[in-house]
Write a protein that binds this ligand. Structure first.
Ligand SMILES: O=S(=O)([O-])[S-]
Length: 264
């Protein structure tokens, strides 16, 4: 997952039929079938790759491999994912793929509602030839443990970021964390990301810069997936992902701090 992780609707329109490209729609089946989808996209609903394994909300490795294979995705496939919620569910699909070693990953900028405004849609289910998918775990992982997160709250040049809504943060957050609601970087009108400089400015306003070690958490590692993808797009080199998130933190009886973020 590199700085080309975010792709425009125009790019998807040109490349969606290319050999080796699979467009993945992570909405529910009724939306995919009933409302329509990007022509040629396969449907891998969020529920089918969410949880059930031993590592946070990741699916078991063999189930993940079978799921991708049955949708015609091989280890070298270029994956483009989308949803209808500004990309947050699709981002979780992409981060799951990354954690299981897939490399060529992209998020449609905007979502299906935005796509529908100017692009062809379809209700036809594509013929898919199943392939074998083999997981190869990456040598380096952005995952951090609960103890690493606790240490990060005290470390210099490190910022722990809560990507939930301000009300949730105010109720209780990891001590020392700043609050940056993942939706802050989304343009409500285009449904895609705000301009790059604006996004960088929003992050910088919270102390998140390319020089900082950034540790992300939310409740169950869904919303941080979007922020993680955006930080990869910006090329920030040191971003950690707390898969256990607040669910694990609370279950472990770790301390919480209440109150709003002082930066608003
Ligand atoms: O997005 S979430 O994991 O905090 S529910």
């Amino acid at each position: 997952m590199d700085e080309d992780v975010i792709v425009s609707a125009e790019w998807v329109d040109v490349h969606r039929g290319d050999p080796g490209v699979v467009v993945v729609d992570v909405r529910d089946a009724w939306e995919y079938d009933g409302i329509g989808h990007v022509p040629g996209a396969v449907n891998v609903p969020f529920d089918t790759f969410r949880g059930g394994g031993e590592e946070g909300m990741l699916p078991p490795e063999d189930e993940w491999a079978a799921l991708l294979g049955e949708h015609g995705i091989g280890a070298d496939t270029t994956i483009v994912a989308y949803d209808d919620t500004h990309g947050v569910f699709a981002a979780r699909f992409l981060v799951t793929a990354l954690l299981y070693g897939h490399d060529d990953l992209h998020l449609l900028d905007g979502d299906y509602s935005a796509w529908m405004q100017g692009h062809e849609t379809s209700t036809a289910t594509p013929d898919v030839e199943a392939v074998e998918y083999a997981v190869t775990r990456p040598a380096e992982s952005p995952l951090v443990t609960i103890d690493e997160v606790a240490a990060a709250t005290e470390a210099e040049d490190t910022i722990v970021v809560d990507t939930r809504e301000p009300e949730e943060y105010a109720e209780g957050h990891i001590p020392g964390a700043v609050n940056l609601d993942w939706k802050e970087v989304v343009d409500e009108e285009t449904r895609g990301l705000k301009a790059r400089a604006d996004v960088e400015g929003i992050f910088a306003g919270k102390g998140i810069t390319p020089e900082t070690h950034v540790v992300l958490y939310c409740n169950t590692a869904r919303r941080i997936s979007h922020t993680f993808v955006v930080l990869r797009w910006l090329g920030y080199p040191d971003v950690s992902f707390y898969e256990g998130s607040l669910t694990e933190w609370k279950d472990a009886g770790r301390p919480l701090e209440a109150g709003a973020d002082s930066d608003g």
